[in-house]
Design a protein around this ligand. Sequence first.
Ligand SMILES: Nc1ncnc2c1ncn2[C@@H]1O[C@H](COP(=O)(O)OP(=O)(O)OP(=O)(O)O)[C@@H](O)[C@H]1O
Ligand SMILES: [Mg+2]
Length: 264
Amino acid sequence: MAAVRARDLSVYYNGRVALRDVTFELGNSETLLLLGPNGAGKTTLLRTIAGFHREYSGELLVFEKPPHEARDLVSYVPQSHSLNESVPLTALEVVAMGALYKRGILHRKIPEDVRKSAFRALEFVGLEDVADKLFRNLSGGQKQRVLLARALISDPKLLLLDEPLSALDPSARAEVASVLREIKVKRSIAMVITTHDINPLLEIGDEIMLINRRMIAFGKPDEALTDEIIKSVYGPMARAIKVEDKLYCITGDFHLHLHGGRRR
Ligand SMILES: Nc1ncnc2c1ncn2[C@@H]1O[C@H](COP(=O)(O)OP(=O)(O)OP(=O)(O)O)[C@@H](O)[C@H]1O
Ligand SMILES: [Mg+2]
């Protein structure tokens, strides 16, 4: 059973097409890296897979169901977190919210079993030491890891992450990328991750998709990141250069760095 299956998918806002020609399949426990310039439709595609946006044509199945019927199997972490930081929640409480929402319980007193699983989820992302600290006082990288723990507490089979590395400094990026690697290795779940900086994530990407209001390419990293494809998305100045067995993609904004021949 595929985690996601899309055929001739087009997504609209008020009747106007935002993204078209999307056809792909993502297997269980595979990771898809979704690339494209600003406005390409990355967030649109993630929200449609998450079942939040329902104006689309073509076929889209998540674990063989329409996306809105598969929501219990999916966790979605939005592009920039929408937590109201004026409410003084601790890291542990933020993580627990991920379980309480699904149970339909309003946050008041956290049941003991949820507290335990929230703590375990924080341990998984290496943040048990800050469990009782206020979320709003954490660093950007720590906040993103808390949000990953919150997404994991409901034991999803598909994790949708919208730019989990954006707005982080290089060392925080490396920390979050390493947690994503752990998720990939230790939990057998599928992931779709949008990113502008593919370099820290490349080793966990089983599949790459490039979009720019339509699907430009989908495939294994070496197939999807060719010179021609990169140019068609990022313009004539963009290039893919092969040096020995490594491919470097220069797009103006950022550099894609692809290890040749690697399949881990
Ligand atoms: N709620 C909305 N109503 C109407 N149009 C929208 C809405 N959300 C997005 N769009 C349009 O859909 C297109 C794709 O937007 P989307 O946010 O999916 O791009 P993106 O690839 O995530 O960009 P970014 O890299 O800036 O996050 C854009 O033209 C955008 O203006
Ligand atoms: Mg976006």
